[in-house]
Write a protein that binds this ligand. Structure first.
Ligand code: G6P
Length: 650
């Protein structure tokens, strides 16, 4: 018997959120439209002696940043108890509470970010095998079953009827069809038929002591506790219970009982799994005294950068020790060109990185959206280095660009935060950010970490080409001062909040900067729009007069990054152009610059740091501006609408 409860009616906008995408059905060779498949989401599963429900709900909350359109849970307690709800995990929790709670000690749960198909209870996970088989098996899935349509046809011919539009339900039915009393064997057999990417967890009513999980392409980790296992998309859902864990390798299936596990390939060849200590501090993923993760992460930036620098720079000798690239030093020093690729905030770090590589490394450097690089037939010659910058290390566009570059013969480097992520595994070498987990969907501390690593990388190359030890050593001294400078800048928070309050009803903003502060202007605009849903544009300050100046009237706030540097005077001229058309000027300026106060309605002063390091401080007031604007507008700062932390779909 299977009891299913659903929460809420389907939202009106579900229809407008119905996207379609085509992928190749490998089995049939045809291109198919996908409905309801899930590419980005969080999965958590439990088997042990405790009640599974609280562990699963808590795990889902930790993974909610991965997607928050809908959530679902299945627990075995003699029968298969299933609840699904559109909306946040909290809504699912309330729904289950209304039923009196599910009591079993084994279960699976899922939180979804829809990429295709409607956000509906029906499309939410878990999905079960065919009704006539008694809904014996339930699965959750992160990934995409590319040949789902030919599998579906095969199953329909065998009499299966489907309740949702998802590719995941097809996999559940296939496992059910192949089930002969052994869940592990059925999962292996089904996965032998499947093409695409997956991280799955499966439970079966007839085997209440077995949890089967498997992975290919999508992340999955198994936490090993005392007489219990907690499986999750990432360690944040595991560390509260155990610090012993293993990452499931690609193409691996794990069968977990309460006190043992075995891992094998889909062909049942045994595979080794190495249980390791998780280096993760629970405090890093708790809110503590902060109201939002974003604010916590903004304030963590000084500490995060100190950790990022630790052991990597020696100011006395002018040495930069980047363990992950050391053995490729010669190759990097003789590189013909370096291209940085990324998306979103990471793309802005790429832009800064290319300036730094050109300036400090004296190597031809450029940047591109990973999604554009991937498809524009880029020229890759001998000596081309492609650097993928990514917080998560999972962004599909960035990964695809990287694979394209490698295929064309480029040397690939990764600059990522998440240890063991796909990009870190697929690159020839790389450098970790070491800024700790970033939970807020809007990236903050990862950005400064990316710029810091890019600076070290440029110095690492430059030092081997032409930079003197004295130059590097004095530059590193300034670099080491950056965390303190950020700490001072953070004191602006109340002032920024008061200033933003004056303009909170404005629907259009401009962000302007030159040189390295141009990408910072882009980042300021991105932060404001993604968190407050205010229209904001960033651009090089000089570009304004070539069109956007037509927008300026006395209603428009224009944020200028006008710190003391080689382009300061030019920026002042651009400020005058705005003032003479009635625009409101908000300036980020260098401490001690009295003059600018005569030209701007609001000034946020930042410490004086060398021009090449200015993005690391000028971005701070912009992060605070976006944060306070979102709070003042009553928006969900950590989970902005329609966004997800890492986007694993192209
Ligand atoms: C998403 C996030 C952004 C992030 C971008 C790239 O769009 O909402 O905050 O900058 O992905 O993510 P990555 O993990 O590759 O840095």
């Amino acid at each position: 018997m299977c009891r299913q409860v659903h929460g809420g009616i389907e939202p009106a906008w579900a229809v407008t959120l119905t996207f379609r995408s085509t992928v190749v059905d490998v089995a049939s060779g045809r291109r198919n439209h996908l409905f309801g498949d899930l590419i980005m989401c969080g999965i958590v599963a439990y088997i042990g002696k405790r009640h599974a429900l609280p562990v699963l709900i808590e795990g889902l909350k930790r993974l909610e940043y991965r997607g928050y359109d809908s959530a679902g849970v299945a627990i075995l307690d003699g029968k298969m108890e299933i609840a699904k709800s559109i909306g946040r995990v909290r809504k699912l929790e309330e729904l289950v509470e209304k039923t009196g709670g599910f009591k079993g000690t084994i279960g699976i749960a899922h939180t979804r970010w829809a990429t295709h198909g409607g956000v509906t209870d029906r499309n939410a996970h878990p999905h079960c095998d065919d009704k006539k088989l008694g809904h014996n098996i339930a699965i959750i899935h992160n990934g995409i079953i590319e040949n789902y349509s030919s599998l579906k046809k095969y199953l329909e011919e065998k009499g299966h009827t489907f309740e949702s539009e998802t590719d995941t339900e097809v996999l559940a039915h296939l496992i059910g069809e192949l089930y002969k009393g052994d869940l592990e064997k059925a999962v292996q057999a089904a996965l032998r038929e499947v093409t695409g990417a997956y991280a799955i967890a499966a439970i079966c009513k007839s085997e209440p002591d077995v949890l089967v999980v498997a992975r290919k392409g999508s992340p999955l980790m198994v936490g090993v506790g005392k007489d219990e296992y907690i499986v999750a998309s990432d360690s944040s859902a595991i560390v509260a219970h155990t610090t012993q864990a293993f990452t499931l390798a690609d193409y691996t299936v794990a069968k977990l009982t309460r006190d043992s596990f075995r891992t094998s390939t889909v062909d049942d060849v045994p595979v080794d799994a190495q249980v390791k200590e998780l280096e993760f501090d629970l405090a890093e993923i708790e809110l503590g005294d902060f109201e939002h993760f974003m604010l916590k992460e903004i304030y963590e930036q000084p500490g995060a950068l100190r950790t990022c620098l630790k052991g990597r720079v020696d100011t006395r000798s002018g040495q930069i020790v980047l363990g992950g690239v050391l053995q490729h030093a010669k190759m990097l020093a003789t590189a013909r060109s370096v291209t940085f690729v990324g998306q979103g905030t990471a793309l802005h770090a790429c832009m800064i990185a290319s300036y730094l590589m050109e300036e400090l490394g004296k190597v031809n450097a450029d940047w591109d959206y990973a999604s554009e690089f991937r498809y524009r037939n880029p020229i890759v010659e001998e000596g081309t280095v492609v650097v993928a910058i990514s917080q998560s290390g999972e962004t599909a566009d960035t990964l695809a660009a990287l694979q394209e570059a490698k295929q064309r013969g480029a040397f690939s480097l990764g600059v990522v935060n998440v240890v063991g992520s796909t990009i870190s595994r697929e690159t020839d070498a790389g450098v970790y950010l070491r800024v700790g987990p970033e939970i807020g969907v809007a990236s903050t501390k990862a950005f400064v970490g990316q710029v810091m690593v890019a600076t070290m990388l440029a110095l690492f190359v430059g030092r081997r080409r032409y930079l003197s030890n004295d130059f590097v050593s004095s530059f590193l001294k300034s670099l080491e001062q950056i965390p303190d400078a950020i700490e001072r800048t953070l004191k602006l928070s109340d002032k920024v909040k008061a200033s933003v309050a004056k303009y909170i009803d404005r629907e259009n903003w401009l962000f302007l900067g030159r040189g390295l502060n141009w990408p910072v202007a882009l980042e300021g605009a991105l932060k404001l729009k993604e968190l407050s849903y205010i229209h904001a544009e960033g651009m090089p300050a000089a570009e304004m007069k070539h069109g956007p100046i037509a927008l300026i009237d006395n209603g428009m706030p224009c944020v200028f990054i006008a710190t003391k540097n080689s382009q300061y005077e030019k920026v002042l001229s651009n400020i005058q152009e705005v003032r003479s058309r009635g625009g409101h000027v908000i300036a980020i300026a260098t401490e001690g610059d009295e003059h600018i106060a005569t030209m701007a309605e609001e000034v946020f002063y930042v410490p004086d740091v060398p021009e090449l390091l200015q993005p690391l401080v000028t971005v701070i007031p912009l992060q605070l501006l976006a944060y306070h604007a979102a709070v003042l507008r009553g928006k969900d700062v950590d989970k902005p609408r329609n966004l997800a932390k890492s986007v694993t779909v192209e």
